[in-house]
Design a protein. Structure first.
Length: 575
C-alpha cells in the first residue's frame, strides 16, 4: 500500500515511489473522528491514486489537516465530515491562505468520494472558484545573482566552513588528549573529551556526570554550548555546506534538502553519483562536478562525530546539526532549511546584495545562476540542460534573465524579423510598360513611405537606378547593409526587397535568374534549396507572369542558361 493508516496511536505511514517512507503523527490533533476521515482522504490522494509522492508534500497535507481541525475546534465544532457546513468551510478559507485552501479542497473532495458523503452545499463550494488566488511565482524568470552577489555568497559560505572546520579539527585534537573530567577535573580539554565520547550533552547532564548539585557549577565554568559548537556542526555550518553544494552542483533545492546517505554513490575516490528526488518529476541522478565532490566529502567528515549520536530515525539524513538548547533526544537535529532560517542566517553573517541590503537568498535562484555561469566550453550539443524542460522553459527560467538593455536589443531583433516577414508578404512593384506616365501613376502608392519624386520616377524608368535584377528606389537606404553605403545584397535578394521596381527591360535578367534557380535545384537537396532560394524562387514565379507573353518571348532569346550571365561568386556557381 502507498499509505497505511493505523490507530492507537493514529499514524499515517507513506511509502513513496522513490522507495522512501514517512510517518505522519495525527494523534496530537483534536476531534480524532474528523482527523481520521481526513487522513483517509489523504491516503487516497497518495501515489499511485494521487499526486502526493514526496515527504515534503505529505508533511504539508498533514499540517493542513491540523489547520482544519484546530480551526473547527475553536469554532465549537465536534462532528464528522458529514456535519461540516458551507459556513464552516467559508469561515476557514477566509482565515487561511491560498495554499491551505487548495489543499483543503482536495482533501475534502477525496473524503467525499472515498470516505463519507458531504453536504450538498459544501460540495457546491468545493467546486466553486477559490477565495484566495495563488500567484504563480513562475510567471517571471528567476533573476540570476550578479557576479558580486554570487562571489559574496560563495565567500561567505567558504569562510563559515573554513572557520568551523579548523575549530573542529582543533577540538578533535584537544579531545583526544583529554581525560574524563569526573576523574581529572574540569577543563576545556576534558570537557571536549566528554562530549566527544558521550555525545552532545546538556548542562544538567554534565553537572550530573561531574557530581554537581545543579547546573550552576557548569554555567560558572562557561557551560558546554561553546565547546559543543566547536566539536559538532551547527545549523549555520550545515546551511553553509548546503548552499555551497548548491552553487557547485545546480541540483534543485528540494532535491538537496531531502538527501540521505543512501543517495550518495561513490564510484571511486573522485566520482560521486548523487541520486535525488525532484518533486515535479521523480527520481533523478547527477554525476557531481569535482568541486561538489570535495564539498560533499568534507561535509561527511565534518558531520561524522555528531552522526554517531543521532537518533536512529534521522541518522540516515545527509544534513544533521547540533542544537545545544534542545532536550536530550533533540540535541541532534535534521535541520529544515526554510525561508526564515535562511534569511536569519543572511542577517547574522551580514551577507549583502548589490543594493546594500541583506541579500534576498532564494535557493532556486542559486540553481538559475549556476546554469547561467556554467562553462560552455564543455557543451555537448544538447538542446536543454534538463531533459524534463522544453527549450523555451529552460531558456526563460534558467539560462537567461536579460537586463533592460538586453531586452531592448532582443526586441529590436524581433522587430527587424517581423519587418522582414512583412516585406516578403508585400506585392512586388512591376511596371508592365517602360513609360513615365505609367510609372508616375503607380509608384507613389506602391512605394509609400519613400521620397518618390518626379526625378526618382524618371530615373527608375530611364534605367539610371538599375541593378542586375531590378531598378532600386534607394540603394543607400541600408535595408541589407550599412545606411549610406551601396547595397551589398546578392541579385536574388532584390526579388523580396520593397525598394525594387521590375520593368520589361529586366525580363532577360529575371529569366537568367530563373535558369540559375533551376540549375541549383538539380544540384542541391530539396530542403537545402528551399531554405536558401525557396522564397526568392516563389517570388520570381509571381513577377514573370505579369509581363506580356511577347516581352517574355523576346527575353528568352537573350538567355543562354550559363553561370557567366550572372554576377556570381565562385562558391555560387553551378558548373
Amino acid at each position: 500500500m502507498p499509505a497505511d493508516l493505523t490507530d492507537s496511536p493514529l499514524r499515517l505511514t507513506f511509502a513513496f515511489s522513490s522507495g522512501r517512507t514517512h510517518v505522519s503523527r495525527l494523534d496530537r490533533y483534536p476531534n480524532p473522528s474528523l482527523v481520521r476521515q481526513l487522513a483517509l482522504g489523504l491516503k487516497n490522494l497518495t501515489h499511485p491514486h494521487g499526486d502526493v509522492n514526496a515527504k515534503g508534500t505529505a508533511k504539508d497535507y498533514t499540517r493542513c489537516i491540523g489547520h482544519i481541525v484546530r480551526w473547527l475546534d475553536l469554532a465549537g465544532f465536534s462532528g464528522t465530515a458529514a456535519d461540516v457546513t458551507a459556513a464552516h468551510l467559508v469561515g476557514f478559507w477566509r482565515s487561511t491562505d491560498a495554499v491551505i485552501e487548495g489543499m483543503s479542497r482536495r482533501l475534502l473532495r477525496s473524503v467525499d468520494a472515498h470516505v463519507e458523503p458531504l453536504r450538498e452545499d459544501v460540495r457546491k463550494h468545493l467546486d466553486g472558484p477559490p477565495f484566495r488566488v495563488t500567484h504563480n511565482r513562475d510567471r517571471q524568470a528567476y533573476r540570476p545573482y550578479s557576479d558580486g552577489e554570487w562571489q559574496r555568497l560563495v565567500r561567505c559560505c567558504t569562510d563559515i566552513i573554513s572557520t568551523s572546520w579548523s575549530e573542529h579539527n582543533e577540538a578533535i585534537k584537544t579531545a583526544t588528549a583529554g581525560r574524563d573530567p569526573a576523574a581529572a577535573g574540569w577543563s576545556e580539554q576534558n570537557l571536549l573529551w566528554l562530549l566527544h565520547n558521550r555525545g552532545p550533552l546538556g548542562q544538567l547532564d554534565v553537572a550530573a556526570h561531574m557530581g554537581y548539585q545543579d547546573r550552576g557549577g557548569v554555567v560558572k565554568r562557561g557551560g558546554v554550548a561553546t565547546a559543543g559548537s566547536k566539536l559538532f556542526v551547527t545549523t549555520d555550518v550545515a546551511l553553509a555546506y548546503r548552499l555551497l553544494l548548491g552553487t557547485a552542483s545546480g541540483i534543485v533545492p528540494d532535491g538537496l534538502d531531502d538527501l540521505e546517505l543512501s543517495d550518495v554513490d561513490w564510484a571511486g575516490n573522485e566520482t560521486v553519483v548523487l541520486s535525488y528526488l525532484k518533486q515535479r518529476t521523480g527520481p533523478e541522478s547527477l554525476n557531481l562536478p569535482a568541486p561538489a565532490v570535495r564539498i560533499l566529502r568534507q561535509w561527511l567528515r565534518h558531520s561524522a562525530p555528531i552522526r554517531s549520536f543521532a537518533r536512529e530515525d534521522i541518522r540516515a539524513n545527509l544534513w544533521l546539526s547540533y542544537y545545544p538548547a534542545g532536550p536530550g533526544h533533540k540535541r541532534v537535529l535534521a535541520p529544515v532549511f526554510q525561508y526564515v532560517t535562511v534569511q536569519s542566517w543572511v542577517a547574522r553573517y551580514n551577507l549583502l546584495g548589490d543594493d546594500g541590503q541583506p541579500l534576498h537568498l532564494h535557493k532556486a535562484r542559486i540553481r538559475t545562476t549556476f546554469h547561467q555561469r556554467r562553462d560552455k566550453s564543455r557543451w555537448t550539443g544538447r538542446v536543454t540542460i534538463d531533459p524534463n524542460h522544453s527549450a523555451r522553459v529552460e531558456g526563460d527560467h534558467y539560462l537567461s534573465a536579460p537586463t533592460p538593455a538586453q531586452k531592448d536589443s532582443l526586441e529590436a531583433v524581433i522587430e527587424q524579423a517581423q519587418t522582414d516577414l512583412i516585406r516578403k508578404a508585400t506585392t512586388p512593384s512591376v511596371l508592365t510598360k517602360d513609360d513615365v506616365e505609367h510609372a508616375a501613376a503607380r509608384l507613389p502608392t506602391e512605394l509609400a513611405g519613400l521620397q518618390v519624386t518626379d526625378r526618382v520616377i524618371v530615373e527608375l524608368v530611364g534605367g539610371q537606378r538599375d541593378v542586375f535584377t531590378a531598378a532600386c528606389a534607394d540603394q543607400l537606404a541600408g535595408l541589407h547593409g550599412p545606411a549610406g553605403k551601396p547595397c551589398p545584397a546578392r541579385p536574388w535578394v532584390c526579388l523580396l526587397c520593397p525598394l525594387a521596381v521590375f520593368a520589361p527591360r529586366h525580363a532577360p535578367n529575371l529569366l537568367r535568374l530563373k535558369a540559375f534557380f533551376a540549375r541549383s535545384f538539380r544540384q542541391m537537396p530539396a530542403a537545402h534549396f528551399m531554405a536558401v532560394f525557396g522564397p526568392y524562387a516563389q517570388r520570381l514565379d509571381e513577377i514573370l507572369p505579369r509581363f506580356s507573353p511577347a516581352i517574355l518571348a523576346a527575353a528568352r532569346t537573350e538567355v543562354s542558361d550559363r553561370d557567366h550571365e550572372l554576377p556570381l561568386r565562385p562558391e555560387e556557381t553551378t558548373s
